[in-house]
Design a protein around this ligand. Structure first.
Ligand code: ZN
Length: 412
Protein backbone atom coordinates (compact mmCIF):
# COMPACT_ATOMS: atom_id res chain seq x y z
CA UNK A 1 0.00 0.00 0.00
CA UNK A 2 1.28 3.44 -0.77
CA UNK A 3 0.49 6.19 1.66
CA UNK A 4 -1.00 9.48 0.53
CA UNK A 5 1.76 11.95 -0.27
CA UNK A 6 -0.08 14.80 1.41
CA UNK A 7 0.22 13.14 4.83
CA UNK A 8 4.00 13.11 4.82
CA UNK A 9 5.89 16.34 5.62
CA UNK A 10 6.93 18.11 2.39
CA UNK A 11 10.59 18.22 3.48
CA UNK A 12 10.50 14.44 3.93
CA UNK A 13 8.90 13.92 0.51
CA UNK A 14 11.68 15.90 -1.12
CA UNK A 15 14.37 14.09 0.89
CA UNK A 16 12.97 10.71 -0.19
CA UNK A 17 13.01 11.86 -3.79
CA UNK A 18 16.62 13.02 -3.51
CA UNK A 19 17.52 9.53 -2.25
CA UNK A 20 15.71 7.72 -5.06
CA UNK A 21 18.11 6.29 -7.70
CA UNK A 22 15.84 7.22 -10.63
CA UNK A 23 15.69 10.84 -9.42
CA UNK A 24 19.47 10.93 -9.09
CA UNK A 25 19.74 9.52 -12.61
CA UNK A 26 17.34 12.24 -13.87
CA UNK A 27 19.55 14.88 -12.24
CA UNK A 28 22.60 13.46 -14.01
CA UNK A 29 20.61 13.51 -17.23
CA UNK A 30 20.04 17.28 -16.88
CA UNK A 31 23.77 17.86 -16.30
CA UNK A 32 24.98 15.47 -19.00
CA UNK A 33 22.46 16.65 -21.61
CA UNK A 34 22.89 20.41 -21.04
CA UNK A 35 24.13 20.95 -24.62
CA UNK A 36 21.35 18.87 -26.16
CA UNK A 37 18.73 20.69 -24.08
CA UNK A 38 20.01 24.02 -25.38
CA UNK A 39 19.99 22.68 -28.97
CA UNK A 40 16.36 21.63 -28.48
CA UNK A 41 15.61 25.08 -27.02
CA UNK A 42 17.08 26.70 -30.15
CA UNK A 43 15.12 24.37 -32.45
CA UNK A 44 11.80 25.20 -30.73
CA UNK A 45 12.39 28.97 -30.74
CA UNK A 46 13.42 28.99 -34.42
CA UNK A 47 9.80 28.20 -35.28
CA UNK A 48 7.69 31.36 -35.44
CA UNK A 49 4.84 31.52 -32.92
CA UNK A 50 2.95 34.78 -33.14
CA UNK A 51 -0.33 35.40 -31.28
CA UNK A 52 -3.05 33.19 -32.82
CA UNK A 53 -0.39 31.57 -35.04
CA UNK A 54 1.18 28.92 -32.83
CA UNK A 55 0.30 25.90 -34.97
CA UNK A 56 3.70 25.19 -36.51
CA UNK A 57 5.39 25.25 -33.14
CA UNK A 58 2.62 23.08 -31.67
CA UNK A 59 3.10 20.49 -34.41
CA UNK A 60 6.83 20.44 -33.80
CA UNK A 61 6.21 19.71 -30.13
CA UNK A 62 3.64 17.07 -31.06
CA UNK A 63 6.20 15.16 -33.12
CA UNK A 64 8.70 15.37 -30.28
CA UNK A 65 6.14 14.03 -27.79
CA UNK A 66 5.39 11.11 -30.11
CA UNK A 67 9.10 10.35 -30.64
CA UNK A 68 9.61 10.36 -26.86
CA UNK A 69 6.89 7.78 -26.40
CA UNK A 70 4.39 9.90 -24.51
CA UNK A 71 0.79 8.60 -24.71
CA UNK A 72 -2.41 10.14 -26.04
CA UNK A 73 -0.37 12.75 -27.94
CA UNK A 74 -2.71 15.20 -29.62
CA UNK A 75 -3.45 18.76 -30.67
CA UNK A 76 -6.75 19.69 -29.04
CA UNK A 77 -9.58 21.74 -30.58
CA UNK A 78 -8.02 25.09 -29.66
CA UNK A 79 -4.46 24.18 -30.68
CA UNK A 80 -2.79 23.12 -27.40
CA UNK A 81 -0.28 20.27 -27.75
CA UNK A 82 -0.84 17.46 -25.22
CA UNK A 83 1.20 14.40 -24.28
CA UNK A 84 0.56 12.06 -21.37
CA UNK A 85 3.17 10.42 -19.16
CA UNK A 86 1.17 7.64 -17.55
CA UNK A 87 1.80 6.63 -13.99
CA UNK A 88 0.42 3.60 -12.17
CA UNK A 89 -2.86 5.49 -11.89
CA UNK A 90 -4.30 8.34 -13.96
CA UNK A 91 -4.96 10.36 -10.82
CA UNK A 92 -3.68 12.48 -9.31
CA UNK A 93 -3.21 14.11 -12.70
CA UNK A 94 -0.81 17.05 -12.88
CA UNK A 95 -0.59 19.32 -15.90
CA UNK A 96 2.96 20.52 -16.59
CA UNK A 97 2.89 23.29 -19.16
CA UNK A 98 4.64 26.11 -20.97
CA UNK A 99 3.15 28.50 -23.49
CA UNK A 100 3.73 28.22 -27.21
CA UNK A 101 2.87 31.80 -28.14
CA UNK A 102 5.00 34.93 -28.07
CA UNK A 103 3.96 38.60 -28.13
CA UNK A 104 5.60 39.14 -31.51
CA UNK A 105 3.56 39.82 -34.65
CA UNK A 106 3.64 37.65 -37.75
CA UNK A 107 6.63 38.48 -39.94
CA UNK A 108 8.97 38.86 -36.94
CA UNK A 109 12.42 37.34 -37.48
CA UNK A 110 12.68 34.49 -34.97
CA UNK A 111 16.23 33.51 -36.01
CA UNK A 112 18.44 32.82 -33.00
CA UNK A 113 21.75 34.63 -32.70
CA UNK A 114 24.50 33.39 -30.41
CA UNK A 115 26.94 35.53 -28.47
CA UNK A 116 29.12 33.23 -26.38
CA UNK A 117 26.68 31.53 -23.99
CA UNK A 118 23.96 34.03 -24.73
CA UNK A 119 21.07 33.21 -27.07
CA UNK A 120 19.27 36.15 -28.64
CA UNK A 121 15.83 35.94 -30.23
CA UNK A 122 12.27 37.14 -29.65
CA UNK A 123 10.60 34.68 -27.26
CA UNK A 124 13.85 32.87 -26.43
CA UNK A 125 13.10 33.25 -22.73
CA UNK A 126 9.33 33.87 -22.69
CA UNK A 127 8.53 31.15 -23.12
CA UNK A 128 11.18 29.29 -25.10
CA UNK A 129 12.96 28.23 -21.94
CA UNK A 130 9.68 26.90 -20.51
CA UNK A 131 9.10 24.75 -23.59
CA UNK A 132 12.70 23.54 -23.40
CA UNK A 133 12.08 22.60 -19.74
CA UNK A 134 8.98 20.58 -20.72
CA UNK A 135 10.97 18.59 -23.23
CA UNK A 136 13.96 18.14 -20.90
CA UNK A 137 11.81 16.88 -18.02
CA UNK A 138 9.82 14.52 -20.23
CA UNK A 139 13.09 13.18 -21.66
CA UNK A 140 14.61 12.72 -18.21
CA UNK A 141 11.56 10.77 -16.99
CA UNK A 142 11.78 8.42 -19.96
CA UNK A 143 15.57 8.13 -19.94
CA UNK A 144 15.82 7.44 -16.18
CA UNK A 145 12.85 5.04 -16.36
CA UNK A 146 10.95 6.92 -13.69
CA UNK A 147 7.64 5.36 -12.69
CA UNK A 148 5.16 7.70 -11.13
CA UNK A 149 2.13 6.95 -8.96
CA UNK A 150 -0.13 9.56 -10.55
CA UNK A 151 0.19 10.87 -14.11
CA UNK A 152 1.67 13.91 -15.82
CA UNK A 153 0.03 15.65 -18.75
CA UNK A 154 2.58 17.76 -20.64
CA UNK A 155 0.94 20.68 -22.43
CA UNK A 156 2.20 23.41 -24.74
CA UNK A 157 -0.56 26.02 -24.43
CA UNK A 158 -1.71 28.58 -26.98
CA UNK A 159 -2.84 32.12 -26.19
CA UNK A 160 -1.10 32.93 -22.91
CA UNK A 161 0.01 36.39 -23.97
CA UNK A 162 -2.09 39.55 -24.31
CA UNK A 163 -5.19 39.16 -26.41
CA UNK A 164 -4.74 35.40 -26.41
CA UNK A 165 -6.51 35.87 -23.06
CA UNK A 166 -5.48 32.43 -21.73
CA UNK A 167 -7.64 30.74 -24.33
CA UNK A 168 -5.44 27.62 -24.39
CA UNK A 169 -5.47 26.94 -20.67
CA UNK A 170 -9.11 28.06 -20.47
CA UNK A 171 -10.07 25.40 -23.00
CA UNK A 172 -7.99 22.80 -21.20
CA UNK A 173 -9.81 23.35 -17.92
CA UNK A 174 -13.33 24.13 -19.13
CA UNK A 175 -14.00 22.16 -22.34
CA UNK A 176 -11.01 19.91 -22.98
CA UNK A 177 -11.25 16.12 -22.81
CA UNK A 178 -9.51 16.11 -19.43
CA UNK A 179 -11.28 19.10 -17.91
CA UNK A 180 -12.67 18.13 -14.54
CA UNK A 181 -9.97 15.52 -13.95
CA UNK A 182 -6.89 17.73 -13.53
CA UNK A 183 -5.72 17.87 -9.91
CA UNK A 184 -2.86 20.37 -10.08
CA UNK A 185 -1.08 22.63 -12.53
CA UNK A 186 2.50 23.77 -12.98
CA UNK A 187 3.55 26.20 -15.66
CA UNK A 188 7.16 26.94 -16.61
CA UNK A 189 7.31 30.55 -17.71
CA UNK A 190 10.55 32.48 -18.13
CA UNK A 191 13.93 31.97 -16.42
CA UNK A 192 15.14 31.77 -12.82
CA UNK A 193 15.12 29.33 -9.94
CA UNK A 194 13.71 31.28 -7.01
CA UNK A 195 10.31 32.49 -8.19
CA UNK A 196 7.10 30.67 -7.25
CA UNK A 197 4.06 32.50 -8.56
CA UNK A 198 1.15 31.35 -6.41
CA UNK A 199 -0.97 34.51 -6.68
CA UNK A 200 -2.84 35.33 -9.85
CA UNK A 201 -3.00 38.94 -10.93
CA UNK A 202 -6.44 39.54 -12.41
CA UNK A 203 -7.15 41.90 -15.26
CA UNK A 204 -10.00 43.14 -17.40
CA UNK A 205 -9.26 44.71 -20.76
CA UNK A 206 -11.56 46.78 -22.89
CA UNK A 207 -11.67 48.33 -26.32
CA UNK A 208 -13.88 51.43 -26.16
CA UNK A 209 -15.18 52.82 -29.43
CA UNK A 210 -17.16 56.03 -29.99
CA UNK A 211 -18.81 56.98 -33.26
CA UNK A 212 -20.45 60.24 -34.35
CA UNK A 213 -21.19 62.13 -37.53
CA UNK A 214 -18.02 64.24 -37.48
CA UNK A 215 -17.86 67.61 -39.22
CA UNK A 216 -15.98 70.87 -39.70
CA UNK A 217 -14.16 72.10 -36.61
CA UNK A 218 -15.52 75.64 -36.99
CA UNK A 219 -18.65 75.27 -39.07
CA UNK A 220 -20.07 72.27 -37.23
CA UNK A 221 -18.84 73.09 -33.74
CA UNK A 222 -21.28 71.62 -31.25
CA UNK A 223 -21.55 68.23 -32.92
CA UNK A 224 -20.57 65.65 -30.25
CA UNK A 225 -16.83 65.02 -30.49
CA UNK A 226 -15.76 61.42 -29.71
CA UNK A 227 -12.20 62.46 -28.80
CA UNK A 228 -13.51 65.03 -26.32
CA UNK A 229 -15.73 62.37 -24.78
CA UNK A 230 -12.80 59.96 -24.44
CA UNK A 231 -10.81 62.78 -22.83
CA UNK A 232 -13.53 63.29 -20.24
CA UNK A 233 -13.64 59.56 -19.52
CA UNK A 234 -9.85 59.32 -19.14
CA UNK A 235 -9.85 62.33 -16.86
CA UNK A 236 -12.42 60.66 -14.63
CA UNK A 237 -10.59 57.33 -14.58
CA UNK A 238 -7.32 58.98 -13.52
CA UNK A 239 -9.00 60.43 -10.41
CA UNK A 240 -10.10 56.98 -9.18
CA UNK A 241 -8.93 56.45 -5.58
CA UNK A 242 -6.79 53.33 -6.11
CA UNK A 243 -5.97 51.19 -3.08
CA UNK A 244 -2.25 50.56 -2.57
CA UNK A 245 -3.00 47.20 -1.04
CA UNK A 246 -4.27 45.10 -2.71
CA UNK A 247 -2.30 46.63 -5.55
CA UNK A 248 -4.67 47.85 -8.24
CA UNK A 249 -3.74 49.65 -11.46
CA UNK A 250 -5.15 50.96 -14.73
CA UNK A 251 -3.65 51.90 -18.06
CA UNK A 252 -4.93 53.50 -21.24
CA UNK A 253 -2.46 51.81 -23.55
CA UNK A 254 -3.53 53.08 -26.96
CA UNK A 255 -5.80 55.83 -28.22
CA UNK A 256 -6.86 56.40 -31.81
CA UNK A 257 -9.18 58.65 -33.74
CA UNK A 258 -9.60 61.60 -36.02
CA UNK A 259 -8.33 62.52 -39.44
CA UNK A 260 -7.36 66.18 -39.36
CA UNK A 261 -6.67 69.08 -37.02
CA UNK A 262 -9.67 70.99 -38.34
CA UNK A 263 -12.19 68.17 -38.49
CA UNK A 264 -14.46 66.90 -35.74
CA UNK A 265 -13.63 63.17 -35.70
CA UNK A 266 -16.31 60.67 -36.58
CA UNK A 267 -14.59 57.95 -34.60
CA UNK A 268 -12.30 57.50 -31.59
CA UNK A 269 -11.24 54.46 -29.62
CA UNK A 270 -8.99 53.42 -26.77
CA UNK A 271 -7.66 50.23 -25.17
CA UNK A 272 -7.89 50.02 -21.42
CA UNK A 273 -6.16 47.61 -19.04
CA UNK A 274 -7.49 47.29 -15.47
CA UNK A 275 -5.65 45.11 -12.96
CA UNK A 276 -5.86 44.08 -9.36
CA UNK A 277 -4.47 41.44 -7.05
CA UNK A 278 -7.98 41.17 -5.64
CA UNK A 279 -11.19 40.33 -7.48
CA UNK A 280 -13.41 42.62 -5.39
CA UNK A 281 -11.15 45.60 -6.09
CA UNK A 282 -11.02 44.69 -9.76
CA UNK A 283 -14.81 44.62 -9.95
CA UNK A 284 -15.01 47.96 -8.16
CA UNK A 285 -12.53 49.58 -10.55
CA UNK A 286 -14.32 47.97 -13.48
CA UNK A 287 -17.69 49.39 -12.42
CA UNK A 288 -16.19 52.85 -11.90
CA UNK A 289 -14.53 52.74 -15.30
CA UNK A 290 -17.72 51.78 -17.14
CA UNK A 291 -19.71 54.44 -15.29
CA UNK A 292 -17.04 57.04 -16.17
CA UNK A 293 -17.35 56.21 -19.86
CA UNK A 294 -21.14 56.36 -19.88
CA UNK A 295 -21.20 59.67 -18.01
CA UNK A 296 -18.53 61.19 -20.22
CA UNK A 297 -20.47 60.27 -23.36
CA UNK A 298 -23.70 61.56 -21.85
CA UNK A 299 -22.08 64.90 -21.00
CA UNK A 300 -20.70 65.27 -24.50
CA UNK A 301 -24.09 64.40 -25.99
CA UNK A 302 -25.86 66.90 -23.72
CA UNK A 303 -23.81 69.73 -25.24
CA UNK A 304 -24.98 69.03 -28.77
CA UNK A 305 -26.98 71.48 -30.87
CA UNK A 306 -30.65 70.78 -31.62
CA UNK A 307 -30.86 68.25 -34.41
CA UNK A 308 -27.33 66.87 -33.94
CA UNK A 309 -26.90 63.12 -33.70
CA UNK A 310 -25.62 61.65 -30.45
CA UNK A 311 -22.43 59.62 -30.13
CA UNK A 312 -22.76 55.85 -30.05
CA UNK A 313 -20.70 53.90 -27.58
CA UNK A 314 -19.37 50.37 -27.89
CA UNK A 315 -17.45 48.74 -25.05
CA UNK A 316 -15.88 45.38 -25.91
CA UNK A 317 -14.33 43.17 -23.27
CA UNK A 318 -11.15 41.92 -24.98
CA UNK A 319 -9.50 40.33 -21.96
CA UNK A 320 -10.71 38.79 -18.72
CA UNK A 321 -8.21 37.15 -16.42
CA UNK A 322 -9.41 36.06 -13.01
CA UNK A 323 -7.36 36.69 -9.87
CA UNK A 324 -6.89 34.51 -6.78
CA UNK A 325 -4.25 32.45 -5.06
CA UNK A 326 -2.96 29.00 -4.30
CA UNK A 327 -2.55 28.97 -0.54
CA UNK A 328 0.92 28.82 1.01
CA UNK A 329 -0.32 25.79 2.93
CA UNK A 330 -1.46 23.85 -0.12
CA UNK A 331 0.62 20.70 -0.71
CA UNK A 332 1.68 21.97 -4.17
CA UNK A 333 3.16 25.20 -2.80
CA UNK A 334 4.74 23.43 0.18
CA UNK A 335 6.42 20.92 -2.14
CA UNK A 336 7.58 23.70 -4.49
CA UNK A 337 9.07 25.62 -1.55
CA UNK A 338 10.97 22.55 -0.34
CA UNK A 339 12.09 21.71 -3.88
CA UNK A 340 13.50 25.23 -4.22
CA UNK A 341 15.37 24.91 -0.93
CA UNK A 342 16.68 21.51 -2.02
CA UNK A 343 18.61 23.18 -4.84
CA UNK A 344 20.03 25.71 -2.38
CA UNK A 345 17.77 28.66 -3.14
CA UNK A 346 15.36 30.56 -0.92
CA UNK A 347 12.01 30.77 -2.72
CA UNK A 348 10.37 34.09 -3.59
CA UNK A 349 6.58 34.03 -3.63
CA UNK A 350 5.16 36.18 -6.41
CA UNK A 351 2.07 37.73 -7.89
CA UNK A 352 1.76 37.67 -11.65
CA UNK A 353 -0.55 37.10 -14.59
CA UNK A 354 0.14 33.69 -16.11
CA UNK A 355 -1.59 30.54 -17.34
CA UNK A 356 -2.03 29.65 -13.63
CA UNK A 357 -4.69 32.36 -13.28
CA UNK A 358 -7.27 30.11 -14.85
CA UNK A 359 -6.89 26.94 -12.72
CA UNK A 360 -6.49 29.14 -9.62
CA UNK A 361 -9.84 30.78 -10.37
CA UNK A 362 -11.39 27.30 -10.51
CA UNK A 363 -9.93 26.36 -7.14
CA UNK A 364 -7.34 23.98 -8.65
CA UNK A 365 -3.87 24.29 -7.06
CA UNK A 366 -1.59 25.97 -9.59
CA UNK A 367 1.79 27.69 -9.65
CA UNK A 368 4.11 29.20 -12.23
CA UNK A 369 7.84 28.69 -12.07
CA UNK A 370 11.03 29.90 -13.68
CA UNK A 371 12.62 27.23 -15.87
CA UNK A 372 16.21 27.99 -14.79
CA UNK A 373 18.86 30.13 -16.43
CA UNK A 374 19.01 33.92 -16.72
CA UNK A 375 17.36 36.25 -19.21
CA UNK A 376 16.49 39.82 -20.07
CA UNK A 377 14.61 42.01 -22.52
CA UNK A 378 11.38 40.05 -22.23
CA UNK A 379 8.69 41.16 -24.73
CA UNK A 380 11.31 43.11 -26.76
CA UNK A 381 13.17 42.21 -29.95
CA UNK A 382 16.39 42.22 -27.88
CA UNK A 383 15.23 39.35 -25.67
CA UNK A 384 18.07 37.05 -24.55
CA UNK A 385 18.59 33.89 -22.53
CA UNK A 386 21.63 32.25 -20.99
CA UNK A 387 21.42 28.61 -19.82
CA UNK A 388 23.49 29.36 -16.72
CA UNK A 389 22.73 26.63 -14.12
CA UNK A 390 19.66 25.64 -16.11
CA UNK A 391 19.89 22.18 -14.54
CA UNK A 392 18.96 23.71 -11.17
CA UNK A 393 15.66 24.94 -12.56
CA UNK A 394 14.98 21.56 -14.14
CA UNK A 395 15.81 19.71 -10.92
CA UNK A 396 13.52 21.97 -8.93
CA UNK A 397 10.77 21.39 -11.48
CA UNK A 398 11.22 17.64 -11.45
CA UNK A 399 11.17 17.49 -7.65
CA UNK A 400 7.98 19.55 -7.56
CA UNK A 401 6.30 17.33 -10.13
CA UNK A 402 7.35 14.04 -8.54
CA UNK A 403 6.55 15.37 -5.07
CA UNK A 404 3.04 16.09 -6.32
CA UNK A 405 2.19 12.99 -8.37
CA UNK A 406 4.39 10.64 -6.28
CA UNK A 407 6.91 7.98 -7.26
CA UNK A 408 5.70 4.42 -7.68
CA UNK A 409 6.91 3.24 -4.28
CA UNK A 410 5.76 -0.36 -4.90
CA UNK A 411 8.65 -0.80 -7.31
CA UNK A 412 11.57 -0.22 -4.95
ZN1 ZN B 1 5.34 33.98 -20.59
Amino acid sequence: MSTSVTKIAPAQIIQDLLNAPEVQESFRFFEREAEAITEEHIAICSIPASPFAEQERAEYLLNKFVALGLSDVTLDEIGNCLGMFHGVSTRPLMVVSAHLDTVFAEGTDFTIKKRQQRLLAPGISDDGCGLAALMAIARALVSARVQTAGSILFVGTVGEEGEGDLRGVRHLFTEGARSGSIDSFLSFDGPGVDRITNRALGSRRYRVKLNGTGGHSWGDFGIPNPVHALGRAISRLTTYPLPKDPRTTFNIGTIRGGTSINAIPSEASMDVDLRSADDVELKRLDAYFRRAIHEAVEQENNLRRPGDTTLTLKIDLVGDRPSGLTSLTSPLVEIAVEATRAIGVEPQMELSSTDSNLPISLGIPAITFGAGGVAGGSHTLDEWYEPLDRDKGLKRGLLTILGTVGLNSARS
